[in-house]
Design a protein around this ligand. Structure first.
Ligand code: GTP
Ligand code: MG
Length: 316
């Protein structure tokens, strides 16, 4: 008995997440081998889709070759990590995801933008370390223009600064980003916070923004040695995305995987993410959580959802 085609499609998509190049091609080949050989119907459609993916993966591999700085977007949002050399960007990337990346006690360990996925409250968010922004980057020193190009595509920025270093250590990076005309929501991560005693750290948090004209939404001390500080950074990064998490409820069961929706999203928009068809027939929802006045409140299509809600879409 072959796997139901819908299940197969889900499994296939899951197995392809985060894979590129030869790795992705190999996975697609295996999937094609597992697919029943019907000539029409849903399995034939899946075959067509997988063959298309094979072709698109090959094209992308060539493009990546020519312009290796492009970062393919994945997840609900893309957040850039920038900062002076040796600030601990790669270490944060590693601590927040499961990638293995070179870290080192010297400048310019990382030479290209490195993406990694991190899960925040059940939603995947892409982090990208953007290394090597040096003075003159906006005039293309050190290949700065394409690095700044990657930054321009991001949704928000985490400026990384070692807590024990002076505030001025991020000035060059701030200045280059501003000179490139890039303005985005941003926070400061005060990295390696374990290197300072608490009292000293409090003082640094209070003065972290220095003379900088940038408005930071938060200053978060963080150490890769302290899981709690990493969770606080995750929360701050989530706020930067401007998204809300809503968990769908179906047949009395709450799904673990939330939907990520733009802040201010309504029940109708949630229904649209569940399925376009559902959006049309949706009459409202039952809501649990912060936007509900009581558990299971019946609301209309225009009800505005908030982060942490659980909603059961009602359809005709
Ligand atoms: N004590 C302590 N050391 C850290 C922490 N995070 C990073 N480091 C150290 O700081 C050094 C630099 O870390 P990296 O993660 O390579 O820094 P980076 O910003 O990626 O550096 P470049 O890619 O070279 O620009 C390494 O020796 C790390 O072990 C931390 O939370 N605490
Ligand atoms: Mg690095």
């Amino acid at each position: 008995m072959p796997m139901p085609h819908r299940t197969f499609a889900e499994v296939a998509k899951r197995r392809l997440v985060g894979k590129e190049g030869s790795d992705r091609v190999a996975t697609i080949r295996v999937l094609l081998g597992e697919l029943p050989g019907y000539r029409n119907g849903p399995y034939a459609d899946l075959r067509k889709w997988l063959e298309g993916e094979l072709e698109r993966t090959r094209v992308r591999a060539k493009v990546v070759h020519r312009d290796s700085l492009q970062v393919r977007r994945e997840g609900a949002a893309q957040i850039a990590l920038v900062g002076p050399p040796n600030a601990g960007k790669s270490s944060l990337l590693q601590a927040l995801s499961d990638i293995q990346i070179k870290t080192g006690d010297y400048a310019f360990t990382t030479l290209r933008p490195v993406p990694a996925l991190t899960r925040i409250g059940g939603v995947l968010v892409q982090l990208v370390e953007i290394p090597g922004l040096i003075e003159g980057a906006h005039e293309d020193r050190g290949g700065g223009r394409s690095l700044l190009g990657v930054l321009r595509n991001a949704d928000a920025i985490v400026y990384c600064r070692a807590a024990a270093e002076p505030a001025a250590s991020v000035d060059v990076v701030l200045w280059e980003v501003a000179a490139a005309g890039i303005e985005k929501r941003a926070i400061v991560a005060l990295t390696k916070s374990d290197e300072l005693p608490d009292a000293e750290l409090d003082r640094v948090v209070g003065t972290a923004c220095g003379e900088s004209p940038h408005a930071f939404e938060a200053v978060v001390p963080v150490s890769v040695l302290e899981d709690e500080s990493l969770d606080r950074l995750r929360d701050a990064i989530w706020s930067l995305t401007g998204l809300i998490r809503v968990r769908p409820r179906r047949d009395g069961r709450v799904d673990d995987e939330p939907f990520a929706l733009p802040a201010g999203a309504t029940v109708a928009e949630l229904a649209d993410q569940v399925h376009h068809e559902v959006a049309r027939s949706c009459t409202g929802a039952r809501v649990w959580g912060p936007s509900a006045r009581f558990d299971g409140q019946r609301v209309g299509r225009a009800h505005v959802l908030v982060d942490g809600d659980v909603a059961e879409v009602l359809a005709r």
